[in-house]
Every structure is written in C-alpha cells, then in structure tokens.
Design a protein around this ligand. Structure first.
Ligand SMILES: [Zn+2]
Ligand SMILES: [Zn+2]
Length: 309
C-alpha cells in the first residue's frame, strides 16, 4: 500500500510539474513538433490513448471484480508526456453483469479521465484512440443506448470534446494502445496485491498476489505476466502449462480461457528449464518454415533446414 501511495504521490508530482510548465517553455518545447499549418496557424497535435479494463481476480480465497483505467498522452512524435494509472470501483458485480454493454462503462470512464487530463494540460488539438468498437460507436453517435448510466457517460464525453478546438475519436487495434492497456492493468494489479507480513511487521514493501489457477498466495515478483494481454499466473502454474503444451507439440498460448496471446519463448526463461526453452525456440523455427523446405535427416530423424540460396 505504502509503495502504491508513494507511486501515486510521485505521479501527482509529475502531473503538477507538467501543468506548471510556464507558457513560454511550452512554446519552446512546442517548436520540436512537426507542426502542420492549419489555416495559417501553427497547430500541435496530441494523441490520447485510453483504456478501461475490468477483470475477475482473486485475493486469497475471495473472488473480486476489479476495474482499472489507463491513459497515455503522447505528442505527435509518440513521446509519452502524461500518464494515468488508476483503480476504479466497478461494484461487486462489475459492469459486465449487463452483457449488452460489457466493459463499456469502464472504457467510457477511461475516456473521460483522458480527456480531462488533456484539458488540464491545456491541449487544443487531439485524437483519442480506443480499441473497443462499441465504445467507438457510442461516442461517434452511430448507436444509441437505452442504459441511463452509459448515456450519462456518453454525454459527458461529448461535452468534453466540445472544449477542444479539435478532438476526434479513432478506433485502433488493441496493440496500438498498449501503453494505456498496460497502465490500466497496472492499476488492477495494485488493487489485488498486498504487503507481505513476515512476522516482525517489516514487510519491506514485498507484495503478495493470489494466482488465479492454483489460488496460492505468491510473491508478486514470482508472478508471470503474459505479453500483450497481461494475464498473470504464478511461475509453477506457467511452467506446468507450457510443459504440457510442449508435450502436445503445440506452442503455448496464455492459460486464460479464450485468450489468444502467445507466450513468447524469450519470456519463458523466468520459470522454465533452459533446455525446454531451447526446444521451444527450435519448434518455433520449424513451424515458421514452409513445409516444402523441411528436410529430415534419414539417419538422425532430426530436422535439418535446407537453406535455399
Ligand atoms: Zn498458480
Ligand atoms: Zn491472456
């Protein structure tokens, strides 16, 4: 908790520092942008990436639904200038209890947070990026909602949009908003970890987290986070999962039901025997070679790669 608080205070400081940059410095800084001319005026464009997530997690033997929002504000050269990583209350049931608008409410709250931050930074022209197609359709007015909670949030977004000179939405792939996604997931994790109690009251900020497969309380640094989706599992569970897949002769995907994220070989060294990591990379090479180019040595039955010159 203390660490989390320190981090928040730090983030707050950074935020106020950015906001306190005097105008003339902003102008100097602004000169570094590739500034397109618009109606003969110099215009700086910014990108606001927003992501809201909610996920079912476990704290010891308790099932909880946790929400997190992530915002990344970048300049036109994709330098990160401001971030938000903040937990939000999604209620005991989570917003997904209503299937028709699953996750939309958290996404809208992330958007509102992002636009408010952009407003506080006094940005005039921006594009905000989201990866949730229903959210995109709500904010562009392509579809309307009967849900009063959602429509209140949608209205809030459109009111905020009007406060900028230029503020347009853009629908992109999940991988294009990975910063914001990461920050949202960080916010989720900070709510499901707790300081270890080693008996003398000096936890030294070591955090514990419950693995959602085995329900074991594990040191947070012994939790593996899958690239791309950030689903988290303890090292022993990941080891078992990847080993089973290796025996089946397939590449390991994230253990989360329905998740298609691949477990990249380079990241497996944390929990896997180096020999198995080698087998995995060999297999990956094999699957990436066209079948017609595969030549097996008749004696060793080993694959040799026929490199065509
Ligand atoms: Zn586990
Ligand atoms: Zn996953």
């Amino acid at each position: 908790m203390r660490e989390d608080l320190d981090r928040r205070i730090h983030d707050q400081k950074v935020a106020s520092e950015i906001m306190n940059i005097p105008d003339d410095e902003w102008e100097k800084y602004g000169d570094n942008y590739v500034d397109p001319f618009k109606n003969g005026e110099r215009v700086s464009f910014f990108k606001v990436f927003c992501k809201g997530v909610e996920s079912e997690e476990r704290i010891r033997d308790m099932k909880v639904i946790v929400g997190g929002i992530g915002v990344a504000i970048c300049d036109s050269k994709d330098n990160l200038i401001f971030k938000v990583s903040k937990g939000i209350d999604v209620g005991a049931e989570g917003s997904s209890s209503n299937k028709s608008c699953e996750g939309v409410s958290v996404e809208l709250q992330a958007l509102i947070e992002g636009l408010n931050a952009a407003l506080a930074l006094d940005l005039k022209n921006l594009t905000f990026f989201v990866d949730h197609s229903m959210l995109y359709q709500y904010v562009t007015g392509a579809i309307q909602t009967q849900n009063s909670k959602i429509s209140t949030l949608v209205n809030q977004v459109s009111l905020l949009q009007k406060k900028f000179a230029d503020c347009k939405p853009s629908l992109v792939a999940c991988s294009d908003i990975k910063f914001a996604f990461r920050f949202a997931k960080d916010a989720v994790v900070s709510q499901i970890t707790w300081p270890a109690d080693n008996g003398n009251g000096k936890g030294k900020g070591k955090l514990k987290e419950t693995c959602v497969i085995c329900y074991e309380d594990t040191d947070a640094y012994q939790i593996f986070s899958v690239d791309g989706c950030f689903h988290r599992y303890c090292f022993p569970c990941m080891k078992q999962h990847v080993e089973v897949k290796l025996l089946e002769g397939t590449m390991a995907k994230c253990p989360h039901e329905g998740c298609k994220s691949e477990v990249s070989i380079e990241t497996c060294g944390k929990f896997l025997d180096p020999k198995l990591v080698e087998i995995m990379s060999q297999r990956k090479k094999e699957t990436s070679i066209d079948v017609t180019e595969k030549v097996y040595c008749p004696i060793s039955k080993m694959l040799s790669i026929d490199v065509k010159k």
